[in-house]
Design a protein around this ligand. Structure first.
Ligand code: CDP
Length: 218
């Protein structure tokens, strides 16, 4: 069977990474979490212990190695050879990642890496601009969304499980702010591609969404 290229975009907390990972496992495909790559640049920026400015971010991205590895159904992220898979998920990183992702030099570098990872096919890539910009010729294009209440609840459960003390109202505000920043930025904003199929996952279980993706692939 032909090895497909599957593009999944959508706003924060739509559940993209969870379902994409499970669908990739079932198909024997590679899962590519592009958000993790923007988070990697944000993480290295924070390591400098300096005021986070666009200049600093651009300086950081000019000399960084970001490597994604998908093994045993899990994504590992390496910055300059160091495994930062856990550290890129902190609220501090989340707090600056949209600023990082809005900068052209950052996007140019990471999009090139992302395209190189998809050349062999057999990949599910998720992010914000995959169908519109990174892989416009993808075989399957999906736009996953859910209500803000549902997305906040999912992120709340995820952060609680990791031991963070989270405030639901603040979380909703943060998600809405990130959606706004991602949708309104000048370069490759978050938008549903004209030829992408919209899936509202608000009332769907994880298994149902995974099944919906697999159905499109078969
Ligand atoms: O998992 P979560 O929904 O929190 O977000 P993520 O997929 O880890 O992405 C983090 C951030 O990276 C997003 O809010 C965007 O600012 C940026 N991003 C992007 O600009 N383009 C992508 N293809 C993927 C992520």
């Amino acid at each position: 069977m032909k090895k497909l290229v599957v593009a999944i975009d959508g706003p924060a907390g739509a559940g993209k990474s969870t379902v994409a990972q499970l669908a990739a496992k079932s198909l024997g495909y590679t899962y590519i979490d592009t958000g993790a790559m923007y988070r990697a640049v944000a993480w290295k920026t924070l390591q400098q212990n300096q005021e986070v400015t666009d200049e600093l971010i651009v300086d950081i991205v000019s000399d960084i190695s970001v490597v994604l590895e998908y093994k045993g159904g899990k994504t590992f992220v390496y910055v300059d050879g160091k495994d930062v898979s856990g550290e890129i998920r902190t609220p501090e990183v989340t707090g600056i990642v949209s600023q990082v992702a809005a900068l052209r030099p950052v996007r140019e570098k990471l999009v090139e890496l992302q395209r190189n990872m998809a050349t062999q096919g057999g990949v599910i890539m998720d992010g914000r601009d995959i169908a519109t910009n990174v892989l416009p010729n993808a075989d399957i294009k999906l736009f996953l969304t859910a209500s803000i209440a549902e997305r906040a609840q999912r992120r709340y459960d995820e952060m609680k499980a990791k031991g963070y003390d989270v405030d639901m109202d603040q979380l909703k505000k943060d998600i809405a702010a990130r959606d706004k920043a991602d949708s309104e930025r000048e370069i490759s904003p978050l938008v549903q591609a004209e030829d992408a199929e919209l899936i509202d996952t608000s009332d769907m279980s994880i298994d149902e969404v995974v099944q919906a993706i697999l159905d499109r692939c078969r």
